[in-house]
Ligand binder design. Structure first.
Ligand SMILES: Nc1ncnc2c1ncn2[C@@H]1O[C@H](COP(=O)(O)OP(=O)(O)OP(=O)(O)O)[C@@H](O)[C@H]1O
Ligand SMILES: Cc1ncc(COP(=O)(O)O)c(N)n1
Length: 268
C-alpha cells in the first residue's frame, strides 16, 4: 500500500485541513498519516480559534513518521508560523522526503488569515524550494508574485514569474474565477491547462486541501505530474458535484461519493 503524509492544520468541522486530506487519501486507496501543525476551531461559517503545536512537538511527530512508515508522498497545507515552517523544512531535508506537494494556504474560504504576516518569507525561502509542486489559488499567486490576476494570460504570467525563482512545478488554481474552474500547470517551461466544469455549488470548503492531497496520493501511486493532476481534478469535480449541503456556511465536499455511485476511484 502506498503511503501519504499530510502536514497541515486540523479542521474540527471535518471539511478542510487534515480531515479533508485523510478522507481524500483514503478514498484514493493509499495509507494516510498526519503531522498536525495546529488545531483550529472552525466550521462552515468561519475560523474562531487557532492553537499551534510547538516546533518541538511537530518535530517529534515527523520523527515518529519518517523513522517508521516512510511516506511515498507528502502534502503540506496550513502552517501559519515561521518556526513551524523551519522545523518542517529541516525535517524534510533530514529525511530526504520525496514527492512534496505544497498548498500555500494563506486565507480560508471564510476569510480568516491562516498564515502570519512574518511567516510568508519563510514559506517562500524555506519550504517552496523543497516542493515538487506548489498549488496556489489566485489570491495566493498574486501575493507570491505581485501580479494582479484578472485573466488566463495573467495566470500564465504569474506562473512564469514563479518559475523564475523556483525549480518545481506550479499549479495555479482557477477556482476563484467567476465562470470557469480552469487550473494552469507550469512545468519545465511549458504550460498546460486543466479545464474544469464549473459546478454551481457554494459548498467549496476544503477544495484546495482536497485537490493537493489527491495529487499527492496519485504521485505516491506512481502517476506522473500531469496525470496526477488530471485524476485529482476529476475526483474533486465529482466530490463537488455530489452536492452535499452541510452546515450554515460554505459546506464541505462529499469525499466518499464513490460509495454512493459505486464508481472505483481508479477510474478517475
Ligand atoms: N465551483 C467550482 N466548480 C468546479 N471546480 C471548482 C469550483 N471551485 C473550485 N474548483 C476547483 O477546486 C480546486 C481548488 O481551487 P480553488 O481555487 O478553490 O483553491 P483554494 O482557494 O485553495 O481552495 P480552498 O477553498 O481550499 O481555499 C481547483 O481545481 C478549482 O478549479
Ligand atoms: C486547517 C485548515 N487548512 C486549510 C484551510 C483552507 O481551506 P478553505 O479555504 O476551504 O477554508 C482551512 N480552512 N483550515
Amino acid at each position: 500500500m502506498k503511503t501519504v503524509l499530510t502536514i497541515a492544520g486540523s479542521d474540527c468541522s471535518g471539511g478542510a485541513g487534515i480531515q479533508a486530506d485523510i478522507k481524500t487519501i483514503t478514498m484514493h486507496g493509499a495509507y494516510a498519516m498526519s503531522a498536525i501543525t495546529a488545531l483550529t476551531a472552525q466550521n462552515t461559517t468561519g475560523v474562531y480559534g487557532i492553537f499551534e503545536v510547538t516546533p518541538e512537538f511537530l518535530k517529534q511527530q515527523l520523527d515518529c513518521i519518517f523513522t517508521d512508515i516512510f511516506p511515498d508522498a507528502v502534502k503540506i497545507g496550513m502552517v501559519s508560523d515561521a518556526k513551524l515552517i523551519h522545523t518542517i523544512a529541516e525535517a524534510l531535508k533530514q529525511y530526504q522526503a520525496k514527492k512534496i506537494v505544497l498548498d500555500p494556504v494563506m486565507v480560508s474560504t471564510s476569510g480568516s488569515k491562516l498564515l502570519k504576516d512574518d511567516a510568508a518569507d519563510a514559506l517562500v525561502t524555506e519550504l517552496i524550494p523543497l516542493a515538487g509542486l506548489i498549488t496556489p489559488n489566485i489570491p495566493e499567486a498574486e501575493v507570491l508574485t505581485g501580479i494582479q490576476i484578472h485573466s488566463a494570460e495573467d495566470m500564465v504570467s504569474a506562473a512564469e514569474r514563479l518559475a523564475e525563482k523556483y525549480l518545481g512545478a506550479v499549479l495555479i488554481k482557477g477556482g476563484h474565477g467567476k465562470n470557469t474552474a480552469n487550473d494552469l500547470l507550469y512545468e519545465t517551461g511549458k504550460s498546460s491547462w486543466f479545464y474544469g466544469e464549473r459546478i454551481d455549488n457554494p459548498n467549496t470548503h476544503g477544495t484546495g486541501c482536497t485537490l493537493s492531497s489527491a495529487i499527492a496520493s496519485n504521485l505516491a501511486k506512481g502517476y506522473d505530474m500531469e496525470n496526477s493532476i488530471r485524476k485529482a481534478k476529476g475526483y474533486l469535480t465529482e466530490a463537488l458535484k455530489a452536492g452535499l449541503d452541510l452546515g450554515r456556511g460554505d459546506g464541505p465536499l462529499m469525499h466518499n461519493y464513490v460509495l454512493n455511485t459505486k464508481t472505483e476511484v481508479s477510474e478517475y
